[in-house]
Design a binder for this molecule. Structure first.
Ligand SMILES: C[S@@+](CC[C@H](N)C(=O)[O-])C[C@H]1O[C@@H](n2cnc3c(N)ncnc32)[C@H](O)[C@@H]1O
Length: 286
């Protein structure tokens, strides 16, 4: 049974997914999936509620599409998924081709086998992956030649609508969050750094596209308006807890935490169209 907290989190992730799809033009994936031949096996890494896994499985009815996450997807989702969707629980960073683990470990024995996957999808993993080199190296090994990886993720800076004019460089709370993230091995440039890391892992970049992940809706970026509404109603209320956790790891608490939280809530809603950059990177295994 899900408790109230998990139901709210599931609803938040589904609302976020819908806003992302609208922001990037109406599709879950931007990779040219129908150009991929012999696409028998695909994976949605860090599938969360399984919403994208189901959309990909419906788009590719002849492909077995795995949804992999550290936490299991709910029974309800499993029941409504198409028959070509399958589910696995595991940390993708635990994939080790030299020591594939127990025979019942679906992640190592079925999903991530050398040259086995036709398509790897991963979205919004920036708070979960603390070793991107390892991640892209493992995905490179497990893609079949010609297979594609699509990575969709965020950078942590904030910009003015329609520009690359950075607003967050002078924000004290932001500097502290970036330091906290970096100290725990997380990347604050999980979107823009994907392409160079993929290249270094031996993948060939097919395309890089950037979108405005708005924190406040603006009519100047119509595709990101739904995102702005989602952020205001569902994401901003989570920020105080996110700050408490991340700044807490830096020893920030009490009045200082209260002050930084207030400044953060002011800054992230300070003007229409204030946004983070969301990057969709598609690469191919040569
Ligand atoms: C922000 S959610 C995004 C969910 C989904 N990709 C989406 O866009 O709707 C991140 C998800 O990635 C999962 N995750 C994070 N790190 C992971 C890892 N190393 N291996 C597998 N799953 C991971 C988390 O459990 C969480 O469900």
């Amino acid at each position: 049974m899900l408790n109230d907290c998990s139901i709210i989190e599931q609803e938040r992730l589904n609302a976020q997914s819908a806003a992302i799809v609208e922001m990037i033009g109406g599709s879950t994936c931007l990779a040219p999936l129908h150009s991929l031949t012999a696409l028998t096996k695909a994976v949605d890494v860090g599938c969360g509620t399984g919403v994208a896994t189901i959309q990909i499985a419906k788009a590719l009815p002849s492909t077995k599409v795995y949804g992999l996450d550290i936490s299991p997807v709910t029974e309800v989702v499993r029941r409504m998924a198409p028959p070509n969707a399958a589910w696995a629980v595991g940390n993708v960073l635990d994939v080790d081709f030299d020591q594939p683990g127990q025979d019942n470990d679906i992640m190592s024995h079925e999903i991530f086998t050398p040259d086995g996957l036709g398509y790897i999808f991963g979205r919004m993993l920036f708070l979960g992956i603390n070793n991107w080199q390892r991640y892209f190296s493992n995905t490179h090994v497990s893609l079949q030649p010609g297979g594609m990886i699509e990575h969709q993720d965020l950078d942590w800076k904030f910009y003015r609508v329609g520009t690359s004019e950075c607003l967050s460089d002078g924000w004290e709370w932001h500097r502290k969050i970036v330091r906290a993230a970096e100290q725990s091995g997380l990347s604050t440039r999980a979107g823009s750094q994907a392409a160079p890391l993929m290249k270094a892992a031996g993948l060939e970049i097919v395309s890089v596209q950037t979108f405005e992940f708005s924190f406040v809706p603006s009519s100047k970026t119509p595709n990101s308006e739904a995102m702005g509404r989602y952020v205001q109603t569902k994401l901003v209320p989570q920020y105080p807890e996110l700050l408490r956790k991340m700044l807490g790891s830096q020893g920030v608490a009490g009045e200082e935490l209260e002050k930084l939280t207030k400044e953060c809530l002011r800054d992230i809603s300070s003007e229409e169209g204030v946004h983070q950059k969301y990057t969709v990177t598609i690469a191919r295994k040569p």
